[in-house]
Design a protein around this ligand. Structure first.
Ligand SMILES: Nc1ncnc2c1ncn2[C@@H]1O[C@H](COP(=O)(O)OP(=O)(O)OP(=O)(O)O)[C@@H](O)[C@H]1O
Ligand SMILES: [Mg+2]
Ligand SMILES: [Zn+2]
Length: 454
């Protein structure tokens, strides 16, 4: 065996350097380079693949779209694009204790009749998993559990059992003994994922890989991992509530940014079927500074409450505090309001918050934000059954948004009486005018005059 070489490897992006550097030249992160030993390339890699190398025409290649396997957990199926694709690699990242193992166990139960499932745990003993399984009511006869951290052994199990599904809990505990670096390091994570990918594609095993996230909310070695897998799901939580949001940030088989909402209960994760209703459930409808916007998460419109508080500042420079929206976007919109509406925000502290901990990063919420801040500043509440949507341009014009009809439809479904929409979207939304009143606006002034009339 060739002698071990030492490299410094960025734990974020996998960049390698022969010297230690304070900042990674590739991704720009600080203090991410860590010493790792690298060995000569492992010899066993080649024989894990079973796909024949002969080129085929498109017509010859079997379509996998028809083979999608629905778990029956609706929120989960939607996020992965309508069911699990055989042989695909799905990465599920989330903070410690958020419920990754719970979700995977429930998915295993839901896949019960579809084929054998091999659950590899590097963190818990089979007894511990059984305890959880009993609490969740999981009793799948085709679920095989094993505690294992050696990737070669995992591959042996796969060859022996030939399961249809493989669950790895978690990728950071797996290691390749031929590699001298520590489990969880970028080198190990990358090597193990590569081997899992070969097995998954070669033997058509749908593989779910669970990964821990670092303090900044990224999966350890995220970029290296995200490139290799087909689908990346992030499991996020809301500390005050029991809600858990599963979000697809990358998907080779479906829409990205699709979200599924669950509530964590003793019996496990329960799907939330009417998320907009839940998100709006604690609304104080009479207060000024709150509006409802319709945000598109993947393919689904969601009604979300935006809150704003505007108070005279005691500081030389007024504060802007933003949660759930893009900070710079908010500054820009405040500047547009100052200039185009003549509002004096320079001497006011402005706080903005998206209720429920959701992050909205689409411009369709611009007009809602303008409405919320104007309402807070003037202390006039916006009608509680009005939903607001629209992108705002620098001259204070309201621009058309995508999927306006779907958004208006969702508002109507939840009993909203009126929707304020961009004039450019009037034509498509017109079809819904017998369900909900539609006010099409061209400028923020028009929108504000309408929303804040007493
Ligand atoms: N009896 C219970 N009733 C309700 N919720 C529970 C109960 N037991 C555990 N939970 C929930 O399950 C969560 C832990 O779930 P799980 O072990 O699946 O998380 P994880 O993401 O796999 O964690 P880890 O990072 O430790 O692997 C707890 O944070 C808690 O919210
Ligand atoms: Mg776990
Ligand atoms: Zn880097």
């Amino acid at each position: 065996m060739a002698q071990d070489k030492i490299v410094f490897c960025c734990q974020e992006c996998g960049y390698e350097s022969i010297n230690w550097l304070g900042q990674c030249p590739d991704c720009g992160k600080w203090n991410t380079l860590v010493e790792e030993k690298v060995a000569a390339p492992a010899k066993h890699k080649a024989n894990n693949t079973r796909v024949a190398g002969a080129p085929q025409t498109l017509a010859e290649i079997k379509s996998i779209e028809t083979d999608r396997i629905a778990t029956g957990i609706g929120e989960f199926d939607r996020i992965v694009g309508g069911g699990v694709v055989p042989g695909s690699l799905v990465l599920i990242g989330g903070a410690p204790g958020i419920g990754k193992s719970t979700l995977l166990l429930q998915v295993a139960q839901a896949l019960n009749r579809q084929g054998a499932i091999l659950y590899i745990s590097g963190e818990e003993s089979p007894q511990q998993i059984k305890l959880r399984a009993q609490r969740l009511g999981v009793d799948s006869e085709q679920l095989y559990l094993v505690s294992e951290t050696n990737i070669q052994q995992v591959i042996e199990y796969c060859k022996k059992l030939n399961p249809k599904f493989l669950i790895i809990d978690s990728i950071q505990t797996l290691s390749e003994p031929d590699l001298p670096s520590a489990p969880g390091s970028v080198g190990q994570v990358r090597e193990c994922t590569l081997q899992l990918m070969n097995v998954a594609k070669g033997y058509t095993i749908a593989t779910f890989i669970c990964g821990h996230v670092t303090k900044v909310g990224e999966i350890a070695g995220p970029r290296v991992l995200e490139h290799m897998v087909d689908t990346v799901l992030y499991f996020e939580g809301d500390a005050q509530h029991n809600y858990r949001i599963l979000r697809a940030v990358k998907n080779r088989f479906g829409a990205t940014n699709e979200i599924g909402i669950f509530s964590m209960q003793e019996k496990g994760l329960i799907e939330v079927l009417n998320p907009s209703e839940v998100l709006l459930s604690e609304r104080n409808e009479a207060a000024s500074g709150t509006v409802v916007v319709v945000s598109l998460e993947g393919t689904r419109p969601l009604l979300v409450e935006l809150q704003s508080l505007v108070t005279s500042t005691y500081l030389p420079v007024a504060r802007r505090q933003v949660q759930g929206l893009d900070y710079n976007r908010v500054l820009l919109l405040l500047a547009v309001m100052e200039k185009r509406l003549g509002l004096h925000l320079g001497s006011q502290d402005v706080f903005v918050n998206v209720v429920s901990g959701l992050e909205i990063d689409e411009p369709a919420s611009d007009l809602g934000l303008v409405g919320a801040v104007a309402s807070a500043l003037r202390n006039v509440p916006v009608d509680k059954l009005t939903a607001i949507m629209g992108e705002v341009g620098l001259s204070g014009e309201v621009r058309a948004i995508n999927f306006a009809k779907e958004r208006v439809q969702e508002a109507a479904k939840l009993g909203f009486k009126q929707a304020v929409i961009p004039a450019g979207n009037l034509k498509e939304a017109q079809a819904l005018k017998n369900k909900i009143d539609i006010l099409a606006v061209k400028s923020i002034r028009e929108a504000i005059d309408f929303c804040l009339k007493k």
